[in-house]
Design a protein around this ligand. Sequence first.
Ligand code: NDP
Length: 318
Amino acid sequence: MLNQPIQLVIIGGGPAGYTAAIYAARAGLCPILYEGPQPGGQLTITGDVENYPGYRNGVMGTDMMEDFKAQAERFGAIIKEGIITKVDFSIYPRLLMLDNGEQITAQAIIIAAGASAKWLGLPSEKRLYGKGVSACAVCDGFFFKNETVVVVGGGDTAAEESLYLSKLCKKVHMLIRKGHMRASKIMQERVLKKENIQVWFHTEVKDIIGQEAVAAIELIHTTSNQTHIIDATGLFVAIGHQPNSAPFLPYISVNKHGYIQVEPGKTQTNVPGVFAAGDIQDPHYRQAVTAAGTGCMAALDAERFLQNQSDHSIQKNL
Ligand code: NDP
């Protein structure tokens, strides 16, 4: 038996979800937020956040997300553990299925389930995950103190991971598949200045060597086809993210990379009463502050939707 429909369910406990919860709770919508598989979102696996306005000395990602959560709870948002694994958006109220088997219904939904790290796709990467292969320097860097590690990627994440690891490790090799880095100028300069970071351009991982743990990394120079072995005990993959939109795909329109499509300048998806905020709908900016901004927009859009629904049902009963 299904319980009474919840007015507003927010899916995802990152900056977008918590901001939506703050606004929705203050508007009296009694939102319930499901935190998903990574409570706090991607900011909990990053280090210092230096570019979120208001924290002039920077803040640890985990601390910032604790602040977001506490602020949402202060206004009455209910934060729950749980992952939405399946939905049925063909019915109203909308049906949501949780990983514990529970089913709930909601009058409005904000999808703020974020994005997850991408992987290289090598069989050895899968086999050695957690045994030297990682996508999070802040989580796992400690295990490679004074050792040699490899970071894959040329974006801001890879630059940030390399800089973080350079403080702990003897040597960091950063592999960039093109002839240039995609990272911002300031991050590139920081990386190139670091004596113990060696940057390899036009270079990819051919294989990860090791049975029980990473023992070495085989590289390939993509223009000369020459291979090279580095005696590294850690491999950090930092090649971007993919949106966590899979559970919603049967109903929700996405672009070719899986990012949820919303009405321009709004958060409304193709399904009435279902809104999207944060990285799951943003392939361009992907910042905590932009995620928080769209979380606010989604709460306001959901509030208007619910108000219209209630006006409509009052009129029907007149
Ligand atoms: P990006 O998409 O910006 O960069 C991904 C990098 O990985 C690129 O260099 C890309 O190469 C490379 N890559 C992708 N696939 C492969 C592959 N299969 N093999 C090897 N290399 C690969 O992702 P990020 O996670 O770095 O950044 C995402 C967003 O978050 C950006 O907007 C960034 O600015 C932002 N960010 C900001 C931070 C900050 O301000 N403190 C910190 C971290 C991220 P190629 O260029 O050839 O495609």
